[in-house]
Design a protein. Structure first.
Length: 239
C-alpha cells in the first residue's frame, strides 16, 4: 500500500504542510502547473510585536508561467528576509540551533528559481529537523493527462498510489466517486486540534511559517505537528 500526497511547493510553509508530508510514503511536488499570484508559493507569515508580517519573495506579477518557470531576479530580498527573521526570533529558545542553516540559505546561496528554493527548504526542514522519512519526487517524473482531478488521478496511477491524502481545499474540484472508480482511497487531511506551544506576541496563531514552531520548540517540533495525535491514540483518546 502506497500513500501519496501531491502539492505545489510553498515558501517556508506552515506546520500543516509538513503534517501532510509526514502522513504519506511519497510526496509529489506539483510545480509544472500554473503559478498563482498572491498565494503561498512565494510568501508566508511570521509573528512580530506588531502582528503578522508577510515575507514575500519578489517574482513579479506575470501570470503566464508555470511555478517551475518562476525566476527570482533580484537577490536583495534574501538579506532582508533573514534580517527580519533574526530580529523577531533571535530570543526564541532554539533560534541558535537552526541559525547556521538559515544563514546559509539567505546570506550565502543565491536562488534564481522559486521552485528550487521552496523545494530545498521543504525537503531539508522535513528530513533534517522533523525526521520525516517520506520520499520526495516531482510531477515531471510521471505521465499525466488532463487538468485538476483528471491530472491528479493520472499522476496517482503513474505513481502506483493506493491512497491519496488531500488537503480540504481540493474539495472544490475533487469528486470522491471518481476515486472510488479507480480504486484509489481518498483521505481528507484534518488540520484541526493542533496544541499550542510557547509563542511570542499573543494571541496564539497556528497559521504561521514552520519557522515559528522550529525556533520555539526545537527538537520537540514533531510533537506539535503529529506527535500529540499519536499520543492520544495510544492513550485511547480521540485524535
Amino acid at each position: 500500500m502506497t500513500c501519496v500526497a501531491i502539492n505545489q511547493s510553498n515558501y517556508i510553509p506552515w506546520k500543516g504542510y509538513f503534517d501532510l508530508i509526514h502522513d504519506v510514503d511519497l510526496f509529489i511536488f506539483y510545480d509544472d502547473v500554473q503559478y498563482t499570484i498572491r498565494d503561498w508559493r512565494n510568501r508566508n507569515v511570521i509573528k512580530t510585536p506588531n502582528g503578522l508580517l508577510w515575507l514575500t519573495v519578489p517574482v513579479g506579477v506575470n501570470r503566464n508561467r508555470l511555478i517551475n518557470e518562476v525566476s527570482i531576479g533580484d537577490h536583495r530580498w534574501q538579506q532582508t528576509h533573514w534580517k527580519t527573521i533574526e530580529q523577531n526570533y533571535r530570543k526564541a529558545n532554539y533560534f541558535k540551533r537552526y541559525k547556521d542553516f538559515f544563514e546559509e540559505i539567505y546570506l550565502h546561496l543565491k536562488w534564481d528559481s522559486l521552485s528550487n528554493l521552496n523545494q530545498f527548504l521543504i525537503e531539508h526542514i522535513a528530513k533534517d529537523y522533523l525526521q520525516i522519512k517520506t520520499i520526495f519526487t516531482h510531477s515531471t517524473e510521471f505521465s499525466r493527462v488532463g487538468e485538476k482531478q483528471e491530472a491528479i488521478l493520472s499522476l496517482l496511477e503513474s505513481a502506483g498510489a493506493s491512497i491519496y491524502y488531500s488537503g480540504p481545499a481540493a474539495k472544490a474540484y475533487i469528486e470522491p466517486e471518481a476515486f472510488q472508480k479507480t480504486g484509489v482511497g481518498l483521505i481528507w487531511k484534518d488540520y484541526s486540534g493542533y496544541p499550542e506551544y510557547p509563542q511570542f506576541y499573543p494571541p496564539f496563531r497556528h497559521d504561521v511559517s514552520i519557522l515559528d514552531l522550529l525556533f520555539h520548540t526545537g527538537p520537540d517540533a514533531p510533537y506539535y505537528i503529529w506527535g500529540w495525535r499519536e499520543e492520544n491514540r495510544i492513550d485511547g483518546g480521540q485524535p
